[in-house]
Design a binder for this molecule. Structure first.
Ligand code: NDP
Length: 238
């Protein structure tokens, strides 16, 4: 069965690993990108659609292109996200609002647009990429952690609202993953983090992708409103 899958921010990092996992299983996969040359993505067989999820019109155009080429989206992975770390004292309202606009409101925009066709099809799978820090908290990341925690309330509300329509909403909460987002950390910060992770290492993006693919598979047909940690044990108890 080849489904129409959309992974936001699927042009690099965790999103690209997720996109590759679905494509390897035979699904038709679209990924969003904002800048840069999408040629390498196209070479891999991915449909690259230009889209900034902070812009409702771009989200609409992206969905139209995907629907034309792959059909209505059956599996949505809302993965695109940003950080703008700063201690509260120095965090501007813009730093706060822009992170929320991408991580939370951007997710709302893509989920809302996907919902239309999922309702019609009477089925759908939605996976939101949150973070271990959404529930643990993280000094210097109040904006990011708040936006990621909010995804849990968002997903669980929709799980209740749309469960009867056979649409599942689940959240994956990764720990520290080796991508460009974490490459900005110093060696000392990395050492500190790894020291707190029971498995004693960062995750590889493919380890997050495997859980996302499971949640979108038939094997996960009775799972909705769940928050699945993929964090090497870092967030245990939360
Ligand atoms: P990267 O920084 O490597 O990639 C971020 C992705 O999000 C890029 O594809 C980027 O696209 C996309 N993106 C950002 N803003 C927008 C926007 N406005 N519109 C469309 N796309 C956008 O991060 P990761 O791969 O590490 O992170 C992926 C997700 O996983 C994020 O939601 C992140 O918060 C979460 N996460 C990451 C962890 C980690 O340790 N790395 C841990 C826990 C959660 P573009 O290339 O166009 O900028």
């Amino acid at each position: 069965m080849s489904r129409s899958v959309l992974v936001t921010g699927g042009n690099r990092g965790i999103g690209l690993a997720i996109a590759r996992a679905f494509a390897a299983a035979g699904d038709k996969v679209a990924v969003t990108y904002r800048s840069g040359d999408p040629a390498a993505l196209v070479d891999e067989g991915l449909l690259a659609v230009r889209c900034d999820i902070t812009d409702t019109e771009q989200v609409e155009q992206a969905y139209k292109e995907i629907e034309e080429k792959h059909g209505p989206v059956e599996v949505l992975v809302a993965n695109a996200g940003v950080t703008k770390d700063q201690l509260l004292m120095r965090m501007s309202e813009e730093d706060f609002a822009s992170v929320v606009d991408t991580n939370l409101t951007g997710t709302f925009r893509v989920v809302k647009r996907a919902n239309r066709a999922m309702l019609r099809a009477k089925k759908g799978r939605v996976v939101l990429i949150s973070s271990v820090v959404g529930l643990l908290g993280s000094a210097g990341q109040a904006n990011y952690a708040a936006s990621k925690a909010a995804l849990v309330g968002f997903a669980r509300s929709l799980a209740r609202e749309l469960g009867s329509r056979n649409i599942t909403f689940n959240v994956v909460a990764p720990g520290f993953v080796d991508t460009e987002m974490t490459q900005v950390l110093t060696d000392e910060q990395r050492k500190n983090i790894v020291g707190q992770v029971p498995l004693g290492r960062y995750a590889q993006p493919e380890e997050i992708a495997a859980t996302v693919r499971f949640l979108a598979s038939d094997d996960a047909s009775y799972i909705t409103g769940a928050v699945i940690p993929v964090d090497g044990g870092l967030g245990m108890g939360h």
